[in-house]
Design a protein around this ligand. Sequence first.
Ligand code: BV8
Length: 233
Amino acid sequence: MIFILTGAGISQESGIDTFRDKGGLWRKVRVEDVATPAGFRRDAAKVHRFYNQRRKELTSSRRVPNAAHLALAELALTLDRGEVFLVTQNVDDLHERAGSPEVCHLHGSLLSALCLNCGRRSDWKGDMDRSSSCPKCAQKGGLRPDVVWFGERPFHFDLVYEMLSRCSLFVSIGTSGAVYPAAGLVGGAKASGAKTLEINVVPTGREKLFDEGLYGPATEMVPLWTEKLIKNK
Ligand code: BV8
């Protein structure tokens, strides 16, 4: 099985900001203010503004899946079911819109709301603030973005570790490897004997962890890689 981990770089050519590149999100706002539970307790309105802006951009007609998203979807649909396990750190829905059958969102989803009153999740495409009411329990004031902030436990981690122990190839696409525990997955794959491949616009300085590297824009490199796999299927 092929374990694929994607990061913000795969969505960059769809017009979605990355975090740590020039012009990235963490250059514009302080992580502590908008991506931590303490920041949300301190100033929920500021956090809602940050995620409302990103939700508005994601749902605008100009943000669509690119050739890299589409290539991964085609790979999963062409190989036998279960041969591709796709994990993304991204909170956008571009993998789903590209047609990937199963997407594991390690850090949650921008288009989902979590109600702190009833604990249930709902699809959420518009703005959210303290006056928004939960579609499930109708209570107001308890909604937050359904994403994983720093200091919070990533989602689906048991499944991710289970699949990691079973993969024969681990592919990291468009991620700087700056955030744990996602950044530690390649080490886990290596320890389980998997081959490891990094696809990125530039090397991320983790050459010791990757057996191979494909460097260039994701929209060029990912289709190159998947076409070869599909041809040798
Ligand atoms: C946790 C919110 C405990 C959603 C984000 C050691 C072990 C464990 C934890 C820690 C540790 N050390 C420190 C920690 C704590 C912390 C952490 O990692 N801090 C870092 C800063 C040191 N981790 C946590 O708090 C995590 N939780 O540890 O809980 C635990 C753990 C396990 C089990 C139980 C309990 C929670 C981390 C999640 C934080 N949430 N975002 C949102 O608002 O989006 S993080 C944020 O960074 C995003 O989620 C993003 O996914 C993540 C990683 O960023 P990248 O996707 O890599 O993006 P980046 O901009 O960095 O890089 C872009 C890359 O793309 C670059 O390489 C670039 O070259 C490339 N690129 C650009 N353009 C292209 C391209 N490539 C190809 N083509 C292109 N065109």
